[in-house]
Design a protein around this ligand. Structure first.
Ligand code: BGP
Length: 458
């Protein structure tokens, strides 16, 4: 069967500043944390060891071209542009991002730019990070500076990438700095991130820039174990906490009333100001990026909550290991392609069918060298992964979902936070020692699919 996509469909991939660029002037929380606890990172490899995009951007853009990308998302590093987060702009960073943006445009690859992809400047974290409203203002200033510097040539902006992840990692589950476990502080961080997002949107609107502004959310459909009301309720609460805590503010301009009521009843609401509601309503977006890797399966709790235990989302559900689920064993994530369709249908039916695109989807695999044939990684599993997901995305589009493109994570194998280089995601293999880049089979497959705007599958 042939799957053909609408004209002007966005084919491309995503990456981020910290994961690709390499050495920079301004310190981030990752540099700080790595210097103190290198053992937290796979094989002790930190954020300095990257695919050196800062040096190789020009030839890398040639490779993007070879993969027939018509669009590409990366992020600006706040800490590179404004090393202390709030003061002077670094002219070398301006030159660098200008060159990258101009070269992408010249090559016919539309730049999609994220403003914050997990990389908090350390100077901002030292004053409390997202817990401090001054950081919200500093971020809004940074966003405005980016719009002024690059807004004439960047027409697709994203305020945040997966804003729930620093909340989970930094304040609930201890996989990002500052390694806090405290729900109310997590809720404050999430709330202030929404305010920061809304302030950036406000600034963008006020400047009457030519393009559009959105956000990238990792939407993780919550599937209940059964249709039993207790399981359904558990899935609903997981959905409220992990998806709708950002989805509703950015698409509806307000929080779900039942999420607010739930947190209020447990005394976990962050401190609000009366004017916040107006600001949040102003944060409605033009374009939603959807990152999709895995579903969330939940069931009701089987045991009572220890009232002395810290308040956590898991007070309301247990994670459910569905028998027979298909796993990516390297990342420990379930592979469930219909999830992409369910997300699009939910957006269509419950959120007025917003303009959206798949901004990340992908499969990290360990030790890919074992698949080398004639010097090239033959990653058939990745081709299958992509074509499965694309066939469900196609079904969504054919049923009226407003999905405008598909970007893969990622372009060249890159540094993946605490997993460093354990799992490789790229269309292009990176030899860390020599920095040599070699296109994988999946890269060739994707290039052909993008060129034809279609692919064939049984
Ligand atoms: C997303 C992030 C990316 C990327 C990807 C793969 O959550 O936006 O930055 O890293 O996941 O996940 P990981 O690197 O944790 O394997």
């Amino acid at each position: 069967m042939k799957y053909a996509f609408p004209d002007n469909f966005w084919w491309g991939s995503a990456s981020s500043a910290l994961q690709t660029e390499g050495a920079r002037e301004g310190e981030t929380t990752w540099d700080y944390w790595f210097a103190r606890e290198p053992n937290r990172f796979h094989n002790g490899v930190g954020p300095q060891q990257t695919s050196t995009f800062y040096q190789n951007w020009k030839t890398d853009i040639q490779l993007l071209k070879q993969l027939n990308h018509n669009s590409f998302r990366t992020s600006i590093s706040w800490a590179r542009l404004i090393p202390d987060g709030i003061g002077e702009v670094n002219p070398e960073a301006v030159d660098f991002y200008n060159q990258v943006i101009d070269e992408l445009n010249e090559q016919g690859i539309t730049p999609f730019i994220t403003l914050f992809h997990f990389d908090m400047p350390m100077a901002m974290q030292e004053i409390g990070g997202w817990e401090n409203r001054d950081v919200v203002d500093a971020y809004a200033r940074y966003a405005q500076i980016c719009f002024e510097l690059f807004g004439d040539r960047v027409l697709h902006w994203f305020t945040f990438n997966e804003p729930i992840v620093p909340v989970e990692g930094g304040y609930l589950y201890d996989f990002h700095y500052p390694n806090v476990v405290d729900f109310r502080r997590a809720a404050t961080v999430a709330y202030h991130t929404v305010l920061a997002h809304a302030k950036a949107v406000q600034a963008y609107r006020a400047g009457h820039y030519a393009g559009e502004i959105g956000i990238v959310l990792n939407l993780t459909p919550s599937y209940p174990r059964s249709q039993n009301p207790a399981d359904v309720k558990a899935a609903h609460i997981a959905d409220l906490m992990f998806n709708r805590s950002f989805l509703d503010p950015v698409l509806r301009g307000e929080y779900p009333a039942d999420l607010v009521a739930l947190l209020k009843s447990y005394d976990q609401l962050p401190a609000c100001k009366p004017e916040d509601g107006f600001l949040i309503a102003e944060g409605k977006i033009d374009l939603l990026g959807v990152n999709y890797y895995q579903p969330r399966r939940v069931k009701c709790r089987d045991s009572a909550v220890n009232p002395q235990a810290p308040f956590m989302p898991e007070w309301f559900f247990d994670n459910y290991e569905m028998p027979g689920r298909k796993m990516n064993p390297y990342r420990g994530w379930e592979i469930y392609a219909p999830g992409i369709y369910d997300i699009l249908v939910n957006l269509r039916d419950n959120y007025d069918n917003p303009r959206c695109f798949i901004s990340e989807n992908g499969m990290g695999v360990e030790n890919e060298q074992r698949f080398i044939e004639n010097g090239q990684i033959n990653d058939q599993y990745r081709i299958e992964f992509i074509s499965e997901h694309l066939s469900w995305l196609h079904k969504g589009i054919s049923e009226g979902c407003n999905c405008l493109g598909y970007h893969m994570w990622t372009f060249i194998d890159n540094w993946s936070w605490c997993n460093a280089y354990k799992n490789r995601y790229g269309f292009i293999q990176l030899d860390l020692e020599t920095q040599q880049r070699t296109i994988k089979k999946s890269g060739e497959w994707f290039a052909a699919t993008a060129l034809n705007n279609s692919f064939e599958k049984e």
